[in-house]
Design a protein around this ligand. Sequence first.
Ligand SMILES: Nc1ncnc2c1ncn2[C@@H]1O[C@H](COP(=O)(O)OP(=O)(O)OP(=O)(O)O)[C@@H](O)[C@H]1O
Ligand SMILES: [Mg+2]
Length: 508
Amino acid sequence: MNDRIIEMRSIEKNFGDVQAVRGASFDLKQGEIHSLIGENGAGKSTMMKLLYGMYDRDGGDISISGESMSRITPKLAIERGVGMVHQEFMLVPELTVLENIILGFEPKKGMMLDLQQARAMVQRYIDQYDMDVQMNKRVNQISVGEAQRVEIIKILSRGANVLILDEPTAVLTPQEARHLFEILENLRRDGKSIVFISHRLNEVMEISDRVTVMRRGETVGSLERGEWDYAKLARMMIGREVFLNVDKKQSELGKPILQVKDLWTSGEKEISKIRGLSMEVRAGEIVGIAGIDGNGQSELIEAIAGLRRVEKGSIVLDGTDVTNAAPGAVRRAGLAHIPEDRNLRGLNRSMSIEDNMIVTKLKQFSQGLRLDRKSIRKYADQLVERYDVRPGKPALPTSALSGGNAQKVVVAREVEMGAKLLVASQPTRGVDIGAIESIEAILEDTKSKGVAVLLVSADLREILSLSDRILVMYEGRITGEMAVQDANEDSLGILMMGGTMDGKEGAP
Ligand SMILES: Nc1ncnc2c1ncn2[C@@H]1O[C@H](COP(=O)(O)OP(=O)(O)OP(=O)(O)O)[C@@H](O)[C@H]1O
Ligand SMILES: [Mg+2]
């Protein structure tokens, strides 16, 4: 018998004149963790959405457990045991974990699921795979990592034996990612098959049995454990060497651009309220904020950007008091902002790439009441080139871009604003290693032009390689500050968990 639980052969998928997938192949064995990697826009998400039946394919064959599927819908995919965890979670924040898991559950013949049964079922998954979720908590009270575990339980409870995880670790801290890998190991041991998509080659090499590389819609090849190393995978992905070493220069420190004094705000959760936070960022430096998601980083950034009410304290931007100023006024005072959620605040998905690129520069591109379309196109062409947005067609709506390429559009727009302060939240989340290299070089260059840069990232490698100074945030306060030379992943990790430098628990 064929041991392939999934076979995809000669797959084709076009979106208009964009050939997203061009004759690509992929297969999955029972009980393996198979990573799918490749540059932004290579076609990874599209391949998996075809398998899960979210799009119809234009060509090729797909079989699930040996059965050839002429057409797939998500409902059919689930019935055949294929489940997918999307990068944007599909949970309802106001409902409890348990309610979310049973929501939309289609009971098998003659079986109605009641709360009691559901609770028992979820408990079984928790025990079996060491999942650790709090069933009675509302989803808006749990961490991203926990929400992800809820998504996994949700698809397992619908009978999935193939799990597709599209960039699950992009939103996780290193500690949470570790926990996820343990769960994936447990699932594999239990005979589940897993497709894992990630841009982080180190984790790919750690957990995979096999890796398949895609490039420009085609399959470059597959390697088994033992056949790969970092350089080889990077070369297969982007066809050249990659060096993630920022060439860091000490810039001349200028005057303070951002001054936050004794700031207090409300928070999404109890631990994310800002409680008496003070900090500053000077012209010509990158200050990195390290912290586990949910410890007030988002609230701090929102307060700075005029998106969250300040209860007490002050925020001064380049000499202007912007405490509780409207978002537009903060921008005029000198803020550029790469937001953490590019879909919610970063981009207008139905607008074109070029219009998204110039919304912050409307004046510059207006002639009277009309927009100067010709110079907009010229400007957009330059940015698309410099930031390597693919496909490089400024007229396309940003909804047609892959995750990483959409992120590049936001980065381009904000960096090119020429602002005094650049707040960069998770600037390289979801972008491929080639693009990480160039975005990091761009941030470094921005700093050397005398811009004050505030970097928030869950990626400690990024914090360590870009920052001149590092602040650790824990439960709404700054609990540690150090020059980058004095920091390492271990010491930061301890502070991020609420420990202190002398090894005791609890915030100082
Ligand atoms: N709904 C859509 N409409 C039009 N084009 C699309 C659509 N979805 C994807 N594409 C295009 O298909 C190609 C492949 O996109 P896909 O999302 O599969 O890439 P990816 O490998 O998942 O990239 P990333 O790592 O950035 O997530 C890209 O060129 C993208 O612009
Ligand atoms: Mg993708």
